[in-house]
Design a protein around this ligand. Structure first.
Ligand SMILES: NC(=O)c1ccc[n+]([C@@H]2O[C@H](COP(=O)([O-])OP(=O)(O)OC[C@H]3O[C@@H](n4cnc5c(N)ncnc54)[C@H](OP(=O)(O)O)[C@@H]3O)[C@@H](O)[C@H]2O)c1
Length: 326
């Protein structure tokens, strides 16, 4: 089969389209013929050697496609099912399917990494949802314990994670304050944000505080180096700042007293630690099916343009997701 693979860490030029041997599924695995593959910023961090993976490696976590073969212990899927999901690479259990990524024509995955893709939902949307959907779900509901009637702040509301988080928070009836660049204000409003602010506007912090009656209950922060103190300052008493990424080396908290005074929870998290990926995917699938959630597909690239897609996912500005199509 054709796959993108790299044999050394480095810039996008290390990604090569190769003919590689196709795996067959173990007892608890399925073989999926890929129809679309989500591209995520963490694919590029891994390519640079941040996690010291064994090489060569096929990159990618997100996939959507059609089940081609099932292992004998698989109970949830049959050949021909349309599926989507995300295959973690971190905390590798040793399972083969967790070592091989998704930038390939076929992918072997444990069945608990996948869910059925509802009829009428495109493979591109399925492939764009897994990783960012689980991230937003875990951040808002698992760690943030966001409830209807509470207020959340989502930095970067047009981003991969951000645009899903806006929809999830809006769908449960939370008040959603989202930041964005000017270009994507209309889309973030359409996705359900109650208040949309430009992230580079003057007086952003005051605008957030004015937009929330008693402060923000849950903050979803993907740029900690930029916003950690800001998050503390806009938070309500008892609030939670869920920290998912960005600029870890910077001194991020200048004044901890506000956080102490508010009994804040500052919660770093990694979606790859989610123990019940299939359960979250199934909930996301129900929302897709009910038209209460979608993925904005900003661009698609051919599989052999994987290097260009990885360049774009970190260097270009776009709303939503970039996907590869084999
Ligand atoms: N911990 C985890 O489990 C986890 C999971 C997923 C992602 N992440 C991390 O979270 C980050 C975001 O991931 P993603 O997939 O959502 O990336 P993405 O799709 O590239 O989105 C990033 C967003 O940040 C916005 N942005 C740029 N400058 C900003 C600023 N100064 N203030 C606020 N927003 C700004 C961008 O908007 P413009 O394009 O308009 O500038 C864009 O919408 C990455 O660092 C990723 O590695 C962590």
């Amino acid at each position: 089969m054709r796959a993108i693979r790299y044999h050394e860490f480095g810039d996008p030029s290390v990604l090569e389209l190769e003919d590689v041997e196709q795996l067959t599924p173990d007892a608890d695995e399925v073989l999926v013929e890929t129809r679309a593959i989500g591209v995520n910023p963490c694919d590029t961090l891994r390519r640079q050697g941040l996690w010291g993976d064994e090489l060569p490696l096929i990159p990618g976590s997100d996939v959507a496609g059609v089940v081609e073969m099932v292992g004998e212990r698989v109970t949830r899927f049959d050949v021909g099912d349309r599926v989507f999901g995300t295959i973690p690479h971190l905390n590798v259990s040793g399972a083969r399917g967790d070592r091989q990524g998704t930038y390939a024509e076929f992918v072997v995955a444990r069945e608990d990494r996948l869910a059925r893709l509802p009829d009428g939902v495109s493979f591109e949307i399925g492939a764009g949802l897994g990783l960012v959907g689980i991230t937003a779900w875990r951040a808002l509901f698992h760690f943030g314990e966001l409830e209807p009637g509470q207020t959340c702040l989502i930095h970067g509301g047009s981003g991969g994670v951000g645009h899903i988080a806006v929809q999830l928070a809006a769908t449960i009836g939370a008040t959603v304050i989202a930041t964005t660049s000017d270009d994507y204000r209309p889309i973030v409003e359409r996705l359900g944000a109650d208040v949309v602010l430009e992230y580079d506007q003057r007086g952003l912090q005051d605008a957030v505080i004015e937009s929330s009656e008693r402060g923000v209950d849950v903050v979803l922060d993907h740029m900690l180096g930029e916003y950690m103190q800001f998050d503390i300052d806009v938070s309500a008493y008892g609030g939670t700042v869920v920290a998912i990424g960005g600029n870890y080396d910077s001194p991020v908290i200048q004044d901890l007293t506000a956080a102490i005074g508010k009994d804040l929870t500052i919660q770093p998290m990694d979606m790859f630690n989610e123990p019940n990926i299939d359960e979250v995917l199934e909930r996301l699938a129900r929302l897709l099916d009910a038209d209460r959630l979608t993925v904005n597909i900003a661009r698609t690239y051919d599989l052999d343009d994987g290097a260009e897609a990885q360049r774009a996912v970190v260097e270009d500005s776009f709303a939503g997701k970039i996907v590869l199509v084999p």
